[in-house]
Design a protein around this ligand. Structure first.
Ligand SMILES: [Zn+2]
Length: 118
């Protein structure tokens, strides 16, 4: 006698899809763990740099907080993030620049790229 929900038939495509989903989940978890380690390392570097700035150059935490707020407000919102810059144009030919490229692809002009460009 069969009860509701107990009649199962083997479906190879469902088995393959489930294996694929497990594999995808493992990859996503590995990526998330890697990013977490990167963030932790960057926080340690930031803390080390800030400690040097305080101990050797006399800056205060209040100055840091003020500067962080100033940078946060560059996009007009105090929300803990800076919005990515819009489309950048080549100062030489006026065409659209590729992000993070130090030269214009069209005219070859050198372009100053901010190290903190998003
Ligand atoms: Zn150009």
């Amino acid at each position: 006698m069969l009860f509701y929900g107990s009649a199962r038939t083997y479906d190879p495509s469902a088995h393959t899809a489930a294996a694929g989903a497990r594999s995808e989940a493992r990859r996503a978890q590995t990526k998330a763990e890697s990013l977490q380690l990167d963030v932790e390392r960057l926080l340690m570097i930031t803390e080390a740099l800030w400690t040097i700035m305080k101990e050797e150059h006399g800056y205060s935490d209040d100055q840091l907080i003020e500067k962080v707020s100033e940078i946060d407000m560059r996009d007009g919102r105090l929300d803990g993030q800076v919005k990515a810059a819009g489309v950048l144009k080549c100062p030489s030919c006026g065409r659209t620049l590729m992000k993070h490229r130090p030269v214009c692809l069209y005219c070859g002009a050198a372009v100053a790229v901010s190290p903190f460009q998003r």
